[in-house]
Write a protein that binds this ligand. Structure first.
Ligand SMILES: Nc1nc2c(c(=O)[nH]1)N[C@H]1C(S)=C(S)[C@@H](COP(=O)(O)O)O[C@H]1N2
Ligand SMILES: [Mo]
Length: 411
């Protein structure tokens, strides 16, 4: 009998549904940035199992394209928050993933299937305004400690039916409000979710070491590119001379600031490994990377006590290479401890050849416990700093600043 549901049924029902919708909608936001499903990792474009997009990109496309071109802008009516905001969508999504229990999904599916299969939904949705006076009357009946009559042919009395329907409407209203607030106050939402998630994520992933070990035969035939190469005359000139005049300056809060040519950099140390790249959009690819361990660089420059973070500045001005209202040079920061990880390197070679332009020549970062956006390509300078708040828009990286990505990106 609907009247005798204990209070906790209502409470868990409400919370389950509320969180579930947060999870699902922000998950769809993630799907919208890579609107395809693949049976295997590192599928080349065109080999996906299903595609929720009209756009087609191919391996041998004549026009250059970048994986951000594959992003679809889905409506905020469906995704949280919608309008191509993977950064906030992921924030919402992972926040609840950390706390979610998978049976939510199961109970939800069974419940929904039954509601429709049995035509039960007719009992849940009022179809006539008379439910309001009828409910008022049945409340009177309850107050007389009597059970009111059911709606003819239905298992509920008017008041419970109306109360249940009101809960559904409330859920809808809350989601509309959250979506609206996320879009209206993007930076505040970013900060708030960051405060709740980042310290937790950092603590959990701080001691992680990647255990992946791939063999040469695992190397992906196709490796997506994300981000268009720098367009400046300066960079093009350097590239034309095979980066002979390239100098990487490493400074900031260090005892020995230095500037190294590629030749000098190569002499600092050499390490290769085959690893899998994980882009936040959801695609992966395996490659062999060779370069200088960041730990060796740290030994060389001797950071001061106060140097907590390393900033990598890049040559690409995203206002020119990407546009869409975004601006500024690409950069990223990582905590110094991440750079000391033996798997963190400054890459000079990919799959045994010198690093291709589109993958970040002459120098890019590789970190094996982080998402792809943390691995700055086309690095022009490295700076040791105490805090990232006065760099760029103060969120710790170009994607954090401009796209609301979480600063903590452990995998
Ligand atoms: N300078 C710069 N570095 C960058 C980016 C960029 O746009 N500019 N994109 C990042 C993202 S989101 C990813 S997934 C990887 C992609 O590396 P790839 O192009 O070698 O696949 O580079 C990262 N480093
Ligand atoms: Mo990415």
């Amino acid at each position: 009998m609907a009247e005798f549901f204990p209070w906790w049924v209502g409470a868990t029902y409400f919370l389950n549904l509320f969180f579930l919708l947060l999870l699902a909608r922000s998950g769809l936001e993630a799907l919208s940035t890579f609107p395809k499903l693949c049976w295997h990792d590192d599928r080349p474009p065109g080999r996906e199992w299903v595609r929720f997009s009209k756009k087609m990109y191919s391996v041998d496309s004549l026009k250059p394209w970048s994986s951000s071109d594959e992003v679809e802008a889905w409506s905020p009516f469906i995704t949280l928050p919608g309008k191509k905001n993977l950064g906030l969508g992921r924030h919402w999504h992972w926040h609840w993933h950390f706390m979610s229990i998978h049976f939510w999904v199961l109970t939800g599916v069974v419940y929904l299937a039954m509601v429709f299969a049995t035509g039960y939904w007719h009992y849940l949705v009022p179809t006539h305004w008379s439910i309001i006076p009828d409910s008022t009357n049945s409340v009177g009946t309850y107050l007389h400690f009597q059970i009111p009559a059911m709606i003819p042919g239905e298992p509920f009395a008017p008041a419970p039916k109306l109360a249940h329907f009101t809960v559904l409407v409330l859920l809808l209203v809350l989601h509309v409000v959250i979506t609206w607030l996320s879009l209206r106050y993007r930076r505040r939402t970013h900060r708030l979710l960051g405060i709740m998630v980042n310290p937790f994520e950092r603590a959990v992933s701080k001691s992680f070491l990647s255990r992946e070990s791939f063999r040469p035969k695992d190397i992906s035939p196709y490796f997506r590119v994300n981000g268009y190469p720098p367009t400046s005359a300066n960079y093009k000139q350097l590239a034309a001379d095979e980066f002979r005049d390239y100098q990487l300056s490493i400074g900031g809060l260090v005892a020995n600031p230095i500037s190294l040519s590629l030749e000098e950099l190569r002499r600092v140390g050499e390490q290769t490994k085959i690893t899998k790249h994980n882009c936040i959009q959801g695609w992966t690819a395996v490659a062999q990377w060779g370069g200088v361990p960041l730990a060796r660089i740290i030994e060389l420059v001797e950071p001061q006590e106060t140097a907590k973070l390393i900033v990598f500045y890049a040559f690409d001005d995203k206002g020119l290479t990407r546009g869409e209202g975004l601006y500024g040079f690409f950069y990223g920061t990582i905590p110094v401890h991440l750079a000391k990880n033996p798997q963190s390197i400054l890459v000079l070679e990919m799959n045994g050849e010198s690093l291709p332009i589109e993958h970040g020549a002459p120098v890019r970062v590789r970190l094996e416990t982080q998402l792809g956006f943390k691995m700055v390509k086309w690095v022009c300078a490295i700076e040791f700093v105490e805090d990232y708040r006065d760099i760029g828009l103060g969120q710790g990286g170009w994607r954090e600043d401009q796209q609301f990505y979480a600063n903590a990106a452990g995998i």
